[in-house]
Design a protein around this ligand. Sequence first.
Ligand SMILES: [Fe+2]
Length: 261
Amino acid sequence: MIDYLAEESKTSPFLERRSIPSGGNMLTPITRNIWGFEHDHFMPGGLHFRGRTTVLRLPSGGLLLHSPNPVCDPLAAELEALGPVEVLVAPNSQHHVHFGPATERWPDARRWGAPTLVEARADLHFHHTLGRDTPAWGTVFTPHTIAGIPWLDETVFFHAETGSLVVTDLFFHIQRPANWQSRLFFWLYGLSGRPAQSPIVRMMAKDKPAAGRSAHTLLQLPVTRLVPAHGPVIEEDAASVLRRVLTRQARWAPAALTSSD
Ligand SMILES: [Fe+2]
């Protein structure tokens, strides 16, 4: 788990973060009314991995962009051919580096941000706060805020029409790290080769029962597809995979307590 806006990266050329469009910077259908496009992120220490922007078509016909990546003109044209970009979502404390350029490209889009971002990135001028305000589109792309882990401050989303759960850093799905530094990093954190939750997420929990109840809430959803920000979409045994990656978090709360969530 990495803070993309680490202060060091602003001040040290050795820690400068850079990112370039990748071969994945193409709009790809995921399922009905959902698309994605990826971007290569290069982090301090040689770490290299991809991040996905998930694109959802709203009932209005407009688009919601979840965790916006850099968008080149041809990709923007592809998106706008699907519908006008109406909503931009910064879903957790970490995914905001490329949000500003998205707001410049689509200044009329409504901006939703995690509470920590709304406070820390006033320059992004968010209109709404995830977990506090109720989105009109929430009936089709339902937000579920992960309680008890304020460092991550993540809201995940469930698209009931397709059974798709869209997550950001709640867990990763790094199949093949790109270089030895990335292999080492993801191996050390137990994130290599399979869907897994970073131990840092659990280590940073401040209210474990609350975080556990959030995990149980997700486990009660009729999930048939997992769309992580980092790694391939999971369609095989998605519910089982979700159960496995959230097992430790879910143990923090008895299942019997989840009915009130
Ligand atoms: Fe991330």
